[in-house]
Design a protein around this ligand. Structure first.
Ligand code: AMP
Length: 208
């Protein structure tokens, strides 16, 4: 299964990616996590990405796409993957499509987590992550940056919903509810995608 998890900051992508990827037996690949690991490891990639991340802006496509290509070339991604936070622009989506096509494959499903904006702001401003045993707020979860990130999402990432809908890959998931409720909805959508894929690969769909 090669799938993408799409949704605004605060929709619960990170949590759902872990749960769904474990159920599918594929790696969850989060570009945000890879960037953050590079920032704390003080690598050149981290130094370049930090400026954009701190401002709540997207890291340029060239940097992000090259990083994802490298990650997808690793052996664990051969069985499939669940991308979390990538693609985030139409350019990234097109480049992902051509990279996968070069390998003779393509995406099976794009899950879009849907949450209204009021709920997103509420979730993001209360969100904390555990670093060295302490709960801290991510720099980019500060209220001003949160508003900017939501704006960036609307401008640059939301169009991906229509892009993947046209490709027949999109499944919209109501992301309000417990982790289990949301992941059950995601699982149901993935099963549908699997059925569709296997019907597409057979000679003819079963009658009825
Ligand atoms: P996330 O943890 O997915 O919210 O990502 C945190 C930050 O990393 C984002 O606000 C961006 O600055 C950067 N980032 C993550 N994924 C991407 C991407 N696909 N394209 C550009 N920037 C990204």
């Amino acid at each position: 299964m090669r799938a993408v998890l799409l949704g605004p900051p605060g929709a619960g992508k990170g949590t759902q990616a872990q749960v769904i990827a474990a159920q599918l037996g594929v790696p969850a690949i989060s570009t945000g996590d890879i960037f953050r690991a590079n920032v704390s490891g003080q690598t050149e990639l981290g130094r370049q990405a930090k400026v954009y991340m701190d401002a709540g802006d997207l890291v340029p496509d060239e940097i992000t796409v090259a990083m994802v290509k490298d990650r997808l070339a690793e052996p664990d991604a051969k069985v499939g993957f669940l991308l979390d936070g990538f693609p985030r622009t139409i350019t990234q989506a097109e480049q992902l499509r051509s990279s996968l096509a070069e390998l003779g494959s393509g995406l099976d499903c794009v899950l879009e987590l849907v949450v209204d904006e009021e709920e997103l702001v509420r979730r993001l401003s209360g969100r904390r992550m555990l670093v060295d045993g302490e709960w801290v707020q991510r720099d980019d979860d500060k209220p001003e940056t949160v508003r900017h990130r939501l704006h960036v999402y609307q401008e640059q990432t939301a169009p991906l919903s229509g892009f993947y809908e046209q490709e027949g890959l999109l499944a919209r998931i109501d992301a309000i509810g417990t982790v289990e409720e949301v992941s059950a909805r995601a699982q149901a959508a993935l099963r549908q995608a699997e059925k569709r894929d296997s019907a597409g690969q057979g000679d003819a769909p079963p009658a009825g």
